[in-house]
Design a protein around this ligand. Structure first.
Ligand SMILES: Cc1cc2nc3c(=O)[nH]c(=O)nc-3n(C[C@H](O)[C@H](O)[C@H](O)COP(=O)(O)OP(=O)(O)OC[C@H]3O[C@@H](n4cnc5c(N)ncnc54)[C@H](O)[C@@H]3O)c2cc1C
Length: 526
């Protein structure tokens, strides 16, 4: 039989089996048990597919994770979860995976506090009116700019992003409905989607206000990203889940298992098996092959396209992303367990350094971003506190090579950076150094080892002006390869936990549409 006949035979067999109502037998292999992989699995199970997940780590969640040392839980991920409150449409999607009423969320009054070197500070309140008052009070010289920013946030308060349906499945009527819904906001979306936070910050005359804007997110990100974040926080729908990120991810893992899904941990996928340009299964690094009718990669995009598939299914557009688009950086995270409380201190603070501090060969930082988990009693024994400092770097190679080539120096570098964090905290709060019970430093090498994200990136593609704002999207299929899909933050610029969840849901919709099946969901039963 020629390859073409072979391919046609396989296709007609699948079609035939689906026609005869044995759709439940359609087997799907999913790579990755991060939020996107778990979500894809849940929604396909809800729609009668027979799925299993292959995950390299021994835990669910991917980068949405936490770990515990000496009684202190170190939370790696969720600062705020969009859809935590019922005022946002994401809440209804989350309710299909999790009993949201059972999750306790904290909605902070302050998002971040930004300290200046001169003793001044600006509080980024999550209430837009309070934020405006604070900024006007602290930086009156920038009144016009402040009012422009908070005015835009108020305007976006009425915007409801269409999250219910995958764009690729839109009918003409859906397109019209979305245009009507978004029409009043299109001008503002274009305006705030074509200016970066850094550019906006540079317009400020007051240096502390400038620092405040550039501290809200990564400076290359488009301003609409922080405007929408503030809108969600203002509406009390971007809270932090008590217990932290791994506990949250485990709720979705539980749902997946209850729906009949199977997870294979410690199962690194080395290759996506193809035959006649159809994905037919996966091969693990130990050589085991698992066949399936459909393969979905919810794992790192670069590894999927260029290693698991050998770069065979790309076009100029995909090449352009991977050659030219900016990724979120990698990061070091210094975590401390401190035997004291920080009751009236801000939970999230930017602390300026006296002089720039060298992180690695190509990275200097001028301030530290600190989280004090004084709002989550589950993360530390009573009377004690978990603290983390997140230090971004693009020099993942330095850390990964150092770990492999010189373990002693790697350890020394981690210690040097941890000492700096302790020194700064001691100066700001006092009574820290003598109370330290636990120190942990994770590096880009840690991110790569446990999640395999390209360059140790923490969230995939940055939402830059090149990518555009919330209207941007990437294809979830690859040119020339059938029965294959991708989900997660490598196909959703801007990334994030809710977007990874939605990405999996959307892939399930695409598959249902292809199979001419009505996509159905069920809320979690109480
Ligand atoms: C420090 C930090 C802070 C963040 N803060 C927030 C926040 O406040 N709010 C928010 O919404 N988002 C936040 N995010 C981003 C968010 O966590 C991610 O965008 C989202 O969780 C991505 O999910 P994913 O499933 O697409 O990818 P991942 O989490 O990367 O999951 C991919 C999975 O695939 C597995 N895998 C990879 N390769 C293979 C292979 N070959 N074989 C088998 N398995 C494989 C990995 O081990 C991993 O489990 C943060 C992330 C970080 C790191």
């Amino acid at each position: 039989m020629t390859p073409v006949q072979d391919r046609a035979k396989l296709k007609s067999e699948i079609k035939e089996s689906r026609k005869h109502g044995v759709i439940n037998m359609v087997k799907v292999n999913i790579i990755g048990a991060g939020i996107a992989g778990l979500s894809t699995g849940c929604y396909l199970q809800m729609n009668g597919y027979d799925t299993q997940i292959f995950e390299l780590h021994e835990l669910p969640g991917g980068v949405c994770t936490s770990w515990k040392i000496k009684g202190f839980t170190i939370d790696n991920c969720i600062h705020y979860l969009v859809g935590s409150g019922s005022s946002d449409d994401f809440y209804h999607l989350w309710s299909e995976l999790i009993d949201m009423e059972k999750v306790k969320f904290v909605d902070h009054e302050e998002w971040i506090r930004v300290d200046g070197k001169d003793g001044r500070f600006i509080r980024i309140f999550t209430d837009i009116d309070k934020l405006e008052n604070e900024m006007l009070l602290k930086a009156p010289i920038d009144t016009d700019l402040i009012r422009e920013f908070t005015g835009a946030a108020r305007r976006f308060m009425r915007l409801r992003l269409p999250v219910e349906k995958a764009r690729e499945t839109y009918s003409l009527i859906d397109v019209l409905k979305v245009i009507i819904r978004l029409f009043p906001f299109l001008g503002a979306m274009r305006k705030w989607g074509s200016i970066s936070i850094q550019e906006y910050a540079e317009r400020c005359k007051d240096p502390l206000l400038s620092k405040t804007f550039s501290s809200m997110f990564l400076p290359e990100t488009v301003v609409i990203f922080i405007l929408m974040s503030l809108v969600w926080m203002h509406k009390r729908s971007a809270g932090y889940p008590i217990g932290g990120s791994l506990e949250f991810a485990r709720l979705i893992e539980k749902r997946y298992r209850e729906l009949g899904g199977k997870i294979n941990y410690k199962s690194r996928v080395a290759k996506i098996v193809t035959g006649n340009d159809l994905a037919t299964g996966i091969m693990l690094e130990n050589g085991q092959v698992h066949s399936s009718d459909i393969v979905i990669s919810a794992a790192d995009g670069h590894c999927t396209i260029f290693e698991m598939l050998g770069g065979k299914y790309i076009d100029d557009k995909i090449k352009d992303y991977y050659d030219n688009y900016m990724t979120f950086p990698s990061y070091l995270m210094v975590s401390l367990g401190v035997s004291r409380t920080f009751e009236n201190e801000p939970h999230s603070i930017i602390l300026p350094l006296d002089k720039p501090f060298k992180l690695d060969e190509s990275t200097e930082v001028e301030d530290l971003f600190i989280r004090i988990f004084n709002f989550d009693g589950k993360l530390a024994p009573q009377g004690k506190t978990s603290i983390t400092a997140l230090l971004p770097t693009y020099n993942y190679e330095y850390w990964d090579n150092l770990k492999k080539s010189n373990a002693v120096k790697y350890g020394q570098q981690k210690e040097r950076i941890a000492n700096k964090v302790v020194e700064v905290l001691e100066k700001r709060f006092g009574n820290v150094e003598s109370n330290i019970e636990m120190v942990d430093v994770s590096t880009p090498s840690t991110v790569i080892r446990y999640t395999n994200n390209w360059k140790g990136s923490f969230e995939g593609w940055l939402m830059t002006t090149k990518v555009g704002g919330f209207a941007s999207s990437m294809r979830k299929t690859l040119p020339g390869l059938g029965n294959f899909y991708m989900a997660g933050h490598w196909v959703e610029p801007g990334g994030g936990v809710p977007v990874a969840m939605m990405s999996g849901r959307n892939v399930a919709q695409l598959i249902c549409k292809k199979d001419k099946k009505k996509f159905t969901t069920q809320r979690v039963r109480r």
